[in-house]
Write a protein that binds this ligand. Sequence first.
Ligand code: GSH
Length: 228
Amino acid sequence: MTSKKVIELFYDVVSPYSWLGFEVMCRYRTVWNIELKLRPTFLGGIMQGSGNKPPGLVPNKFLYMGKDLNRLSEYFNVPLRSPSDPFEAMFQKGSLNAMRFVTAVQEKGKGGDEQVERVSRELWRRIWYEDKDITEPASLSEAGIKAGLSDSEIKELLELSNSKEIKNKLKISTQNALDYGAFGFPLVVCHLNGKPEMFFGSDRFELMAHCIGEKWLGPLPDKPAAKL
Ligand code: GSH
């Protein structure tokens, strides 16, 4: 077997398209010959650093995205549902606290990337399915409990979330993504022969598979194809 190709996934739980990309990459982790590196990042910093604007701020795009996400939820089998006030959830409340918490889980948690995966998923489930807050410490705690962390671990990680060290880690991750050329999420960076190939969006998997020499088996690679 040739050595695993390293793939970095930059994401933010405020981004519904990132949830789709995240679930697909987690599913393909055991199907493709890859090493997946989860890179929790702050999308607000990417928008600011790249001079981009969230697509949801253009009214027609916003309407389109609502419909698009409904269809994609079914296609990808990811339970996406818009929050009752998407503007408040995405642009007023945002995800800075949540992504600092995920960064603390990654840097100081005891459960490795598996724990980062579970906590990220629980946060997405809150904002993009249950219409719940992801900014308050109590909200982050609830997500942590559901992800299997202990009360004492959560307390420690919440405190760490506000430390200079963790804030800096998140900034570094955001800068790393900008250095690759990020302007939005999800961003997948495939390292091929020492060269980074960047893919934006959750709609580039077929092309990505082609570029890394793997097969795209659809959004649910573990499910056998329907027999005709
Ligand atoms: N076509 C992409 C997909 O299907 O995944 C759209 C992804 C997308 O709109 N991502 C948002 C973003 O960062 C965040 S949820 N967009 C930046 C842009 O469209 O310039």
